[in-house]
Design a protein around this ligand. Structure first.
Ligand code: PEP
Ligand code: MG
Length: 545
């Protein structure tokens, strides 16, 4: 048995086989070959297999998201068989006497650059498709899978680090736990693990090689330990611990269906955070009162091109309908910083966390923003949707958003397209927003405090930097005073205030937040019932005294 230690980002026990995650982007080596003919044969066979994969994906997508949305897989099948593409690969293999992988990668690169340089917007959009089909061919040639796992059974994922765009593409049913060598406790991958409610470790002192790959292992999330090939004794102890945790969870099940009201009658909106419509099952299982943060940017991250209005509309409508009248707060896209999305072409920045991100991109590129707003307003005719804008620092930004919203509504009206009237709020996640919260409160219907970023910007600590994890103190008095101030200013102007950052799920602070007068807590689904327990046992009036 080998034991490795990391920092825990979510507790629980996972028992299963490990699988080292392979990065999506491949480093392709240029290898001289003797027999160009057999390289071409490998390429033809890979093309055939990729077409079959795409056909299966097409059929799956038709069932899940309808023909119109599935069409992309048909287009990819055509592109992969395109004569120009094929000739280019053959020519590189023949003329340079190199391996099929190199020829495919070089062709993919050349063709996507060529598309990206075109004037026509539609053709520019094809650049990402060429990359995608080339990546698929490379995966087939090297025997890897796009989700990075290549597995038929749920596994413990071992990785050097994981970007949000990588985690979001994984088949969640196949993940028992995440264990990474790098990463920070406050990263979005850590947040995702919490949303999924699975044990996860980061900064783990494990070397990713054959001695740990594919082995039976146990992750103990509460202790921050992974045991590879555990001995009998450890297995027995861990199985017992897993059983106890299960019993604990079952006890909490009794709280399902109970309203979130304190002993002295204050009703709290106890909502869940999600990143995807696939998370809805856990939201419902945990009996959340609504959704307090739908990180819509994950819709953008899981794609190679901007999601269309129709694609977004379909997702928002599904979420609203599934929640059946309960509030669903959808945050407009918060791309940038650690959530990088190639096709946005944000470019290198010295300081991405303080850079071109979130509402700044939306105000700078209103065509992207408007597409999302149209989808949101249309979907809000089908349920209780609210819209929330991230990374606000100034009143003028909110005024500008309102102007754009007016334009969107006018266009929809003129086109005779039905839409609802979602309530609109902002995230408070910059010190500037805190200090001007009374002014901001006059402009919107609610506040949701993003403590993850608020802590980062208040303490000047990059939330992505693992070296600073011990300085990233969300309990810092400055952060807590800011939360108090925001709640007070919201109430002065008659609007509600909640917390949707990770601090909202901190059970040690639930009572403190209740005493401050918090109206809403939005947390990972697995935290709903433990917080409900505290709410039901708390007398806010007494606490204040
Ligand atoms: C936050 O900053 O607290 C927040 C909820 O947003 P995100 O973690 O997605 O930046
Ligand atoms: Mg944030």
């Amino acid at each position: 048995m080998k034991t490795y230690y990391g920092k825990s980002v979510f507790n629980g026990i996972a028992i299963g086989k490990t699988s080292i995650y392979q990065k999506g982007e491949q480093q392709v080596k240029r290898v001289k070959v003797e027999d160009a003919g057999s390289e071409k044969k490998r390429y033809y066979a890979a093309t055939q297999q990729a077409i079959e994969e795409l056909q299966l994906l097409y059929e799956k997508a038709v069932k899940e998201v309808g023909e119109a949305n599935a069409a992309i897989f048909e287009i990819h099948q055509m592109m992969i068989q395109d004569d120009d593409y094929k000739e280019s690969v053959e020519n590189i293999i023949d003329s340079q006497q190199v391996n099929a992988e190199y020829a495919v990668a070089a062709t993919g690169d050349n063709f996507s650059k060529m598309f990206a340089a075109m004037d026509d917007e539609y053709m520019r959009g094809r650049a990402a498709d060429v990359k995608d089909i080339s990546e698929r061919l490379l995966n087939v040639l090297s025997g890897r899978h796009k989700d990075g796992m290549g597995t038929e059974e749920p596994v413990i994922i071992l990785a050097d680090d994981l970007a949000p765009s990588e985690t979001v593409q994984m088949n969640k049913d196949m993940v028992l736990s995440f264990v990474t060598v790098h990463g920070s406790v406050n990263s979005h991958t850590a947040i995702l693990a919490r949303t999924m409610g699975i044990p996860a470790l980061i900064s783990t002192d494990i070397k990713l090689d054959d001695t740990v790959d594919g082995k039976l292992a146990i992750v103990d999330g509460s202790k921050g330990v992974i045991y590879i090939e555990p001995d009998k004794e450890t297995m027995a102890v861990m199985q017992e611990k897993q059983k106890k945790e299960q019993e604990q969870k079952e006890l909490l099940q009794m709280l399902k269906g109970k309203p979130d009201i304190t002993l002295d009658g204050k009703e709290i909106k106890l909502y869940a955070n999600i990143g995807n419509s696939k998370d809805l099952a856990t939201v419902i299982q945990n009996d959340a009162g609504g959704i307090g943060l739908f990180r819509s940017e994950f819709l953008y991250l899981e794609k190679d091109d901007y999601p269309t209005e129709e694609e977004q509309f379909a997702v928002y409508k599904t979420v609203a309908e599934t929640m059946a009248g309960k509030q669903v707060i959808i945050r407009t896209l918060d791309i940038g910083a650690d959530k990088q999305c190639g096709y946005f072409q944000i470019g290198e920045e010295d300081n991405p966390a303080m850079g071109y991100r979130a509402i700044r991109i939306c105000l700078d590129r209103p065509e992207i923003f408007k597409t999302q707003l149209r989808a949101l307003f249309r979907a809000s005719a089908y349920g209780n949707i609210a819209i929330m804008y991230p990374m606000i620092t100034s009143v003028w930004e909110v005024k500008k958003i309102k102007e754009i919203v007016q334009e969107v509504k006018k266009e929809l009206e003129e086109q005779n397209i039905a839409f609802g009237s979602p309530s609109q709020g902002i995230m408070i996640e910059t010190p500037a927003a805190v200090m001007t919260s009374q002014e901001l409160a006059k402009e919107v219907e609610f506040f949701s405090i993003g403590t993850n970023d608020l802590t980062q910007y208040t303490l000047a600590v990059d939330r992505q930097n693992a070296k600073l994890d011990s300085f990233y103190d969300a309990h810092h008095p400055a952060v807590l005073s800011m939360i108090r101030m925001v709640i007070e200013n919201a109430h002065k102007e008659g609007i509600w205030a909640g917390i949707c950052g990770e601090l909202g799920a901190d059970l040690d602070l639930t009572q403190e937040f209740l005493a401050m007068g918090i109206d809403e807590l939005s947390v990972s689904p697995g935290r709903i019932l433990p917080i409900r327990k505290i709410i039901l046992e708390t007398n806010v009036g007494e606490l204040k005294r």
